[in-house]
Structures are given as C-alpha cells and as structure tokens.
Design a protein around this ligand. Structure first.
Ligand code: SF4
Length: 342
C-alpha cells in the first residue's frame, strides 16, 4: 500500500464527541466526504456491510471506529516493555500471519481512542509507581499504530508525552512508511521506532495492504535521521525458495540506505515463523487461497502456555535461520545489538 490509509466507513460513538480529538476527527471525515454513522457502543458495530464472512472481514478492515477507551488498566507487555499503551486496536493490513486475527477475531475493524488525556494520566501513574526506574510502554500490541496515525496524530502526542516525562520510554513497530508527520515530534530520544521487515518475496505474498520493503527502509532512514533510536524486527522469518538470497538482499538494501547516524543505536529482533492450530484455522478462513506453509508434519511442536502449543521450524532449520541472520547482521551492521532470536 503506497497511499496512506483512508477508511471507507467511519463509526462515531456519541461520547467520543465530548473530546477535542473526537470532534476534530468528525469534522475531518465530513470534509473528506467519508460516510459517517453513529453507534452507541463499539460492540454494536455489527452492521459492517458484506454478504458473507470474507466480505465483512475485508470491509471491517477499512472501517474506523472513533471511540473512548473505558478500561484504563494497561496490559503487560513483557519482555520488551512493562505495559501496552492502548491508543488503537485493529489494522487495515492483510498480513496472513497477523496475530490480531486470533486476538481480535470478532472485531477486525480499527478502533481509535480519543480520550488521550485519560490514557496518558494512567501512564503517569504507572511511571510514578516504578520511579526512579524507567517504565517502557509498547504502542503496537493491538494495532499498527503508525499506519493510522496520519489521521489521528495520537501516536505523535504520545511520543511527545513520553519525551517530556522523567522515566517513560515508548516503543512500537510498523509495516508502514507514512512517517512524515512524526519527524518533527519532540521525542527527546525516548521513543524507539521499529520497522518490521522481511524478504521481498514474503512481503509480496503474505503482507498485502502494507508498505513495500523499499518504502519501509526509506522511512526508517528518515526517522533515524530525525534522531529516533531505530530498530528492526525481522519477522516472521520464513523458509521459501531462495530465502538465503532474499534475506541477504534485504540486509544489503538496509546497508545501502542507512546513514552513520542510523547505526549509532540500532537493534535487531529476529522471530521465526510459527503458528498454532487455532491460528491456522483462522488464517484459512480469512485467506482461503493462502500459499502460507502451515503443515504441522513439517514442524517441531513447542509446548506453550494455556495448552496451546506452537509449530516452529525443526531444530536444524532454526539453527540455519539464526546463523544466516546473525552472519548478515555481523557483516553489515557490526555495531548493532541483536536482542534475541526466537
Ligand atoms: Fe497485523 Fe501488523 Fe500486518 Fe497490520 S501490519 S495486519 S497489525 S501484522
């Protein structure tokens, strides 16, 4: 997706209009001529248009609900952050392995929260509890927050809020390149801007509706030059014909585009492809034509919490993946920090 996301349909909860951002968004979508409907609760957004599951699923992903966050207890987000900060849920992307398909199953639409003051004040309480230690907040646990932020600027506000905090740190990850409005945010180096990247083949086949690799890398170079600490999550690392060349090419492109400044504080996180049985069922329902390899027989079973195990690659394949990625990182980015391979 090259163009920034624009919803086809917008729902507004009446309470959202009591907040400045809610009123502003209403005006914005009116001016843009986007269809707006009122709803009393986000649980009542049952009337997403569409004649069957697939149509409703697609339409939901281009529907935006403007709402108020009622639950102000933040989820934990270990190990990379203490808390998940809830700015939005859902995503317009069509990544076939997206975890939101299982976690947000019945609500695939995008919901953005306008009561930012309440959310930030809750974050403040969490920071005070842990002070003088730092408290890290993850903003992309339930959505691709960057991909919708050109409409709401709530991430931008969060970046500046944590920039001005004593002990707060913010992090998030994105597959979108629409970052221009974030370049002048007063982040004070307290936000780590991460991009999810992959071999070109994987993005083209399994990540429809997201930004192409070159665009993501271009955006990464821009945010690093704007002083943000930068990170890459290579995920999911997926074995396919020519995967070694595909991933090496990805690292070469990164190497060509990243400035010296971008390399000063750079992290990599590596996550191999995995699936659970429930996730496989949802993927096949939402993307019946998927080419994704989801054969339990070919994988190694790894016991998981709540009795839901994961299918990961075989031991020797895992070693091969890890060594290949590590060798590329050492070769092109010797100063970078490799946080983990999982
Ligand atoms: Fe899911 Fe991220 Fe893809 Fe959106 S961009 S569909 S959140 S994996």
């Amino acid at each position: 997706m090259i163009k920034p996301f624009m919803p086809q349909l917008v729902y507004i909860e009446p309470q959202a209009l009591e907040y400045p951002l809610g009123a502003k968004l209403k005006e914005k979508f009116e001016d843009l001529g986007v269809e707006i409907r009122q709803t009393t609760s986000h649980n009542q957004v049952r009337n997403i248009p569409g004649e069957n599951h697939l149509q409703k699923y697609r339409n939901a992903k281009s529907t935006l609900v403007i709402g108020v966050r009622k639950t102000l207890k933040f989820d934990t987000s270990k190990p990379s952050a203490e808390y998940a900060i809830p700015l939005a849920t859902g995503c317009m992307g069509h990544c076939q392995y997206c975890y939101l398909q299982t976690t947000m199953g019945s609500k695939p639409y995008i919901r953005t929260y306008v009561n930012l003051e309440d959310i930030f004040s809750q974050a403040e309480d969490y920071m005070n509890e842990r002070a003088p230690q730092d408290t890290r907040f993850e903003a992309s646990c339930t959505s691709d927050i960057v991909g919708i932020d050109h409409l709401t600027h709530s991430l931008k506000q969060a970046i500046e809020f944590f920039g001005n905090s004593e002990n707060g740190k913010l992090r998030f990850v994105t597959k979108y390149h629409h970052v221009d409005h974030l370049l002048d945010a007063d982040h004070k180096g307290k936000t780590r801007f991460r991009f999810s990247i992959n071999a070109d083949y994987v993005i083209r086949n399994f990540e429809h509706g997201t930004s192409p690799l070159d665009y993501r890398i271009g955006a990464a170079a821009k945010v690093a030059d704007a002083g943000y600490p930068l990170g890459f999550i290579v995920a999911p690392i997926y074995i396919h014909d020519g995967w070694k060349e595909g991933y090496e090419k990805m690292f070469q492109k990164l190497n060509e585009q990243l400035s010296e400044k971008a390399r000063e504080d750079l992290t990599f996180e590596l996550i191999q492809h995995r699936f659970t049985k429930p996730a496989k069922r949802v993927i096949q329902k939402n993307y019946p034509m998927t080419k994704l390899e989801l054969d339990e027989e070919k994988r190694k079973y790894k016991w998981g919490r709540y009795g839901i195990g994961k299918y990961v690659y075989q031991k020797d394949e895992q070693e091969d993946l890890k060594n290949t990625m590590q060798a590329n990182i050492e070769r092109y980015f010797p100063e970078a920090k490799l946080e983990y391979f999982t």
